[in-house]
Ligand binder design. Structure first.
Ligand SMILES: *[C@@H]1O[C@H](CO)[C@@H](O)[C@H](O)[C@H]1NC(C)=O
Ligand SMILES: *[C@@H]1O[C@H](CO)[C@@H](O)[C@H](O)[C@H]1NC(C)=O
Length: 209
């Protein structure tokens, strides 16, 4: 019982010490605490927090770092991921925010975000992964669509598109492909039925003998 009380008291005092430094009524108090040129401000929670577009340095809780967008100067990854999302990093060779590719992945920057690109049939979570090319060009495969978690081609009331060599083309261009495919499938089915029928007849003929 006594041990528990000591632990609780210890916890409360540690909690008070660790938050007291951040308690504030005005931003001036944060300036006193963290330095005039810091980016801490007194928020509505009455604690000193990093200003908008700034993020707490994960290695120094007394420092706020400026968020950085694609191709902007950075020193730490968090400045980039804070703005561009998880598929970004601070590229040390250029000291600028860049899109980050995993093993055998391709990434593109578009509209203030980094996207992991996906090919036809590969798993995806949003349309732009199937549409963009590595330069972030959204005219590359405009009919690409993330369908049930896989890159496919747009089909709706207005458009009927079809995968042709990795990109989607509208089906005015691909009816011949479709017809010839159906023709192949159709004749294969007829041939199979004929084969089964012939084998059956041969079988029954043998039995009679
Ligand atoms: C990055 O910015 C520099 C200028 O700051 C520009 O010359 C360069 O083309 C940009 N790179 C990309 C990939 O946008
Ligand atoms: C984007 O891709 C389209 C189609 O491939 C091409 O016509 C266009 O020139 C590209 N735009 C840029 C900026 O690369």
């Amino acid at each position: 019982m006594f041990h528990k009380l000591v632990l609780i008291a210890l916890f409360i005092s540690i909690h008070l010490i660790s938050t007291r430094a951040f308690d504030c009524e005005t931003t001036d108090e944060c300036k006193v605490e963290f330095g005039e040129d810091s980016y801490f401000e007194c928020t509505s929670k009455k604690i000193c927090e990093c200003s908008e577009f700034f993020v707490l340095d994960p290695t120094n809780s007394r420092s706020c770092l400026k968020g950085a967008s694609f191709n902007q100067t950075c020193t730490k990854d968090i400045q980039c991921t804070f703005i561009l999302g998880a598929s970004s990093f601070c590229n040390p060779t250029i000291s600028k925010c860049d899109c980050k590719a995993g093993n055998s992945e391709e990434v593109a920057y578009f509209n203030r975000r980094c996207f992991i690109l996906k090919k036809f049939g590969e798993s995806c979570s949003e349309d732009l992964q199937c549409i963009l090319d590595i330069r972030g060009n959204q005219s590359s495969n405009p009919l690409g669509k993330c369908l049930n978690g896989q890159c496919g081609c747009l089909i709706d009331d207005m458009t009927n598109s079809w995968n042709s060599g990795g990109s989607c083309i509208t089906c005015e261009n691909c009816t011949t492909v479709e017809i010839s495919l159906f023709a192949i499938m159709g004749s294969a089915t007829v041939a199979l039925i004929l084969f089964v029928y012939v084998m059956y007849r041969v079988g029954t003929h043998k039995k009679k003998q």
